[in-house]
Design a protein around this ligand. Structure first.
Ligand code: KG4
Ligand code: ZN
Length: 355
C-alpha cells in the first residue's frame, strides 16, 4: 500500500487545479478551540470558536495544562460544529489545516495530533500553518481585494512585529519588540488596575471614558528604528500607580487606562509610519488580537490617510484567534505545495521567516 506521504504528494497537482478548494482548519495554539471551513482562502463557509476565558479567569491568565485539557474535551465538538454550519460532511472537504506553532506546546499538540489522525484516516492532505500568518490572512477574509505586497503590523499576546508581506508566504522582518509584546503589555497594565483576565480588551473599554493626557509616561528608546519596547512603559505605569496608591491620591482608573493605551498606540503608530515612509509600501494591514483595539484601529487609519496609504484591519470577529484565518493561510500554502507528512509536530517557536 502506498504511504500516506506519497499518496498526498501525488494528489497535489490535481487538487490545486480545482476551481473550488475547501479547507477544514483547526486552531488550538492558546486558549481558543476553533475550527472553520474556508473556500479558496477568501470565503468563510463556517466558523466555530470555543473560548476558554471562563476557565482561565479564575487564575488571572492562561494555565497551559487547563488549556490542553479543554482542547481535548472540545476539539471534536468544534470540528463537527464547523462542518455542520458549512452544511458539509468530511467528503466535501478537500484538505485539512492546523496551526502547528507558535503557541503553547501542549495546546498545539492537541490540534496537530487530532488533525494528523483525521488526515490519515480520511486520506486528505494536511497543511501546517503558522499562527501569525493566520492572523495576517484574516485581512484576506475581510477584504476580497487585498493582495500582497503590503506592510503588516502584527500585534498579539506574543508578537509585536512589523513584516513586509512581499508575496503570499514571503515575509521580511522589518522590526519587532525588544521585550514584551503589545498584548502582553496591555494585559500587565490591566492587572495593575485589577481588571480581570483577559485584561487587554477590558483596559481598552475602560480607556474610552478616560483622559489620555492625565498621566505622562516616558517615551521609550530602541536601537532598531522600527523596533518596539514596552517593558519600560509598563514599569513606569506600575510605579506611577503604586505611588498614587501610597499617597492616597489616585487618578480615576479610566484616566490611567487611557494614558497607557495612548502611549502604546503612539509608539506602534510612530514606528509603523516610519517604516511605511522608508519602505514605500502603499498598503498597511493590522493583524493579531490587539488589532481589536479601538484606538489603535482609529489612530492607524488616520495616520494612513495622512500618508496616502490604504489601511486594512480584520473585521472584529476575526481579530482574535479563530479557525477561518488558519484556513485562509492554508489555502495559499497549499497552492505553494506546502503539505505535511505524519511526522508533523507542534513547533512552539515556529518562525514565520523560515517556515
Ligand atoms: O491573537 P490573540 O487572540 O492571541 C495570541 O495569539 O496571543 O491575542 C491576544 C492578545 C491578548 O494579550 C489580549 O489582551 C489582546 O490580544 N487584546 C487586546 C484587545 N483585544 C485583545 N489588547 C488591547 N485592546 C483590545 N481591544
Ligand atoms: Zn493569536
Amino acid at each position: 500500500m502506498m504511504t500516506y506521504a506519497c499518496e498526498m504528494a501525488g494528489r497535489i497537482k490535481a487538487l490545486t487545479a480545482q476551481k473550488h478548494i475547501r479547507i477544514l482548519a483547526l486552531e488550538t495554539s492558546c486558549d481558543e478551540t476553533a475550527a472553520a471551513v474556508v473556500e479558496n482562502g477568501r470565503t468563510i463557509l463556517s466558523s466555530a470558536v470555543y473560548s476558554q476565558i471562563d476557565l482561565h479567569a479564575l487564575y488571572g491568565g492562561v494555565v497551559p495544562e487547563i488549556a490542553s485539557r479543554a482542547h481535548v474535551e472540545k476539539v471534536s465538538q468544534i470540528v463537527d460544529a464547523a462542518l455542520k454550519e458549512a452544511g458539509l460532511s468530511f467528503d466535501g472537504i478537500d484538505a485539512l489545516a492546523v496551526t502547528c506553532g507558535p503557541g503553547l506546546v501542549g495546546a498545539l499538540l492537541i490540534g496537530v495530533s487530532y488533525m494528523k489522525g483525521l488526515a490519515f484516516a480520511l486520506r486528505k492532505p494536511l497543511i501546517p500553518v503558522h499562527h501569525i500568518e493566520g492572523h495576517i490572512c484574516a485581512n484576506y477574509l475581510t477584504f476580497a481585494e487585498l493582495e500582497p505586497p503590503f506592510l503588516c503590523l502584527a500585534v498579539s499576546g506574543g508578537h509585536s512585529h512589523l513584516f513586509a508581506v512581499e508575496d503570499y508566504g514571503t515575509y521580511r522582518l522589518i522590526g519587532c519588540t525588544q521585550d514584551d509584546a503589545a498584548g502582553e503589555a496591555f494585559d500587565k497594565a490591566a492587572r495593575v488596575l485589577n481588571l480581570p483576565y483577559p485584561g487587554g480588551p477590558r483596559l481598552d473599554k475602560l480607556a474610552d471614558s478616560g483622559n489620555d493626557s492625565a498621566l505622562r509616561l516616558p517615551k521609550s528608546h530602541t536601537d532598531g528604528l522600527y523596533d518596539f519596547t514596552f517593558s519600560g512603559l509598563k514599569t513606569a505605569f506600575l510605579n506611577a500607580v503604586n505611588q498614587q496608591r501610597m499617597s492616597g491620591q489616585m487618578m480615576p482608573d479610566a484616566d490611567l487606562a487611557a494614558s497607557f493605551r495612548k502611549a502604546v498606540c503612539d509608539q506602534l503608530t510612530e514606528k509603523t509610519v516610519l517604516a511605511l515612509r522608508d519602505t514605500g509600501y502603499k498598503k498597511l494591514a493590522l493583524a493579531g488580537g490587539v488589532s481589536a483595539n479601538t484606538r489603535l484601529r482609529l489612530q492607524l487609519k488616520e495616520a494612513c490617510d495622512r500618508e496616502k496609504v490604504e489601511f486594512y484591519c480584520p473585521r472584529l470577529d476575526l481579530c482574535g484567534d479563530n479557525g477561518a484565518m488558519i484556513g485562509s493561510a492554508a489555502y495559499y500554502r497549499l497552492l505553494r505545495g506546502s503539505i505535511a507528512d505524519l511526522s508533523l509536530n507542534a513547533q512552539p517557536n515556529y518562525s514565520l521567516l523560515n517556515p
